[in-house]
Design a protein. Structure first.
Lengths: 366, 119
């Protein structure tokens, strides 16, 4: 970029900064952030997005800008850490790098870095704990047996390297408890000294002690969780859902009712595990529509995962019946059957909002 | 090159389209334009699984069969179009503008439907 171009951009920047103060709106913040990105200043773009989101928390454009700016900030930090690692590799630097990669969700880079870390420091448990955590997140999100198996293998490897480390033991014990292998979970927890227990670990110990074991064949239990789309023992999100009371569900019910009122919408449903909320032309939980969308969402999950394109988010199915819109996140799904002339994009956006807000209510977004 | 293959090659040149394939309803590959990134057997197997499961679920729910199914995943999009005795499967990247490529996909589906009928 030459000097004249730079001066022009700086002039534009001053104008936009004044506009943001005088007439704040999502678009003025986005324009300002865009200029910062053009100037290769992702931190300032991130700041602009954050400032904008304080005033307009629901703006999709500002959320996009934030994601984009965050990626820019992460990229520069990753480059810096990479060059430091090339000169003088240490466990701490690898840990920092992997933490950023994990936050950005870059699975490929995370795997490659952990592999490099484990080759350079074969006695360090760090790469295996990180990989285990990454696969655990994937497993809790989509209940995919493959992720569960990987998580178990990585965490067992970490425990093998340092049997006194508490974190991999607790993570593995929790996973085993969730899938029903409580006996194995108990054995793992028994090896963790009780003097440093926090409230979460105490509660896990209690749950493990009071729950009947479904067996010790971890692979079979993971497979059965995937097939049922459910964990036998409530996932971590369930506790916070119950402590928050019915507020989340009330808001979801209202949002679903609003969707059912939209032009052309015939049926609307929100499904979480085995429970469903229904609105519109649905009599009860036995309506075949619920089974249809459940089966399609599950097939969509399997297809996406095995094709290696991440998790299934949305599906739009058109046919003689009109349009089926499905939005998913893990075990939560919201779906609508509407006429062919309905505003599909708007309906999908509303469904996504329902799914996202229900996850927030359950504490997943934290 | 036969007209079906030609249609697929044209479609793959559309912005955002990474691969496309025509499958019979029972999963046999009629023609494909996948490039080096995808394996024919994997795409065919998964696509026929999704198309068949979806149609079965819709039929069991009394809704008939789908005309088109657009799937958005975290790192990619897929479009399935019923073309009579077969299904057109189009794989797109996650940033692909579906509104922009919809016309090309629909016109390809129409041409394929015609080719299949003549064939």
């Amino acid at each position: 970029m030459n000097l004249i171009q730079r001066l022009k951009i700086w002039k534009e920047l001053r104008r936009l900064e004044a506009r943001v103060r005088e007439e704040p709106s999502p678009s003025t913040f986005v324009d300002l952030g865009q200029v910062f990105l053009n100037l290769d200043m992702p931190e300032r773009a991130l700041q602009a997005a954050d400032d904008g989101l304080l005033l307009f928390p629901d703006s999709a454009d500002l959320k996009k800008l934030r994601t984009f700016a965050r990626r820019g900030v992460d990229r520069s930090r990753i480059d810096e850490l990479r060059s430091r690692l090339n000169k003088n590799p240490t466990n701490r630097l690898y840990g920092e790098l992997v933490s950023i990669l994990s936050e950005s969700g870059d699975a490929g880079a995370l795997h490659a870095t952990c592999e490099e870390w484990s080759v350079r420091f074969p006695q360090d448990t760090g790469p295996w704990v990180w990989l285990g955590q990454f696969h655990l997140q994937g497993f809790y999100r989509s209940i995919a047996a493959r992720d569960g198996v990987e998580a178990v293998s990585c965490l067992e490897r970490a425990i093998g390297l340092d049997s006194e480390q508490v974190r991999p033991r607790v993570l593995l014990a929790e996973l085993l408890y969730r899938i029903g292998a409580t006996q194995r979970a108990r054995t793992l927890l028994d090896a963790v000294p009780t003097d440093g227990d926090d409230s979460e670990l105490q509660s896990l110990r209690q749950k493990v002690a009071n729950t009947r074991s479904l067996g010790n064949d971890v692979e079979r239990l993971l497979q059965s969780a995937e097939e049922n789309g459910l964990l036998p023992n409530a996932p971590p999100i369930a506790d916070s859902a119950t402590t928050r009371g019915d507020d989340g569900i009330g808001a979801i019910r209202d949002a679903l009712a609003a969707i059912a009122e939209m032009e052309g919408v015939q049926k609307a449903a929100y499904i979480r595990g085995t429970r469903a909320l229904v609105k519109g032309d649905i009599k009860d939980g036995k309506d075949p529509f619920l089974r249809t969308v459940r089966v399609i969402a599950k097939a969509g999950h399997r297809y996406s995962r095995r094709l290696d394109v991440g998790s299934f988010k949305r599906g739009v199915i058109q046919g003689p019946f009109g349009v089926l819109c499905i939005c998913c996140y893990g075990e939560v799904l919201a779906a609508v059957q509407c006429t062919a002339t309905s505003p599909t994009e708007r309906i999908l956006a509303e469904l996504q909002e329902v799914v996202a807000s229900s996850l927030y209510a359950m504490g997943v977004s934290q | 090159m036969n007209p079906i293959q030609e249609t697929l090659e044209d479609l793959r040149r559309t912005n955002g389209v990474k691969a496309c394939m025509v499958l019979t309803n029972d999963g046999l590959v009629v023609a494909q334009s996948l490039g080096a990134r995808f394996r024919e057997d994997i795409v065919a197997g998964l696509s026929s699984y999704l198309a068949m499961t979806t149609n079965k679920a819709l039929e069991e729910g009394g809704l008939g069969k789908f005309d088109s199914f657009t799937l958005h995943a975290a790192h990619g999009k897929s479009v399935f179009h019923d073309i009579g005795e077969a299904v057109l499967v189009v794989l797109l990247d996650q940033f692909a503008d579906l509104d922009g490529s919809r016309r090309e996909i629909q016109s390809a589906a129409q041409r394929l439907r015609r080719s299949a009928r003549i064939g």
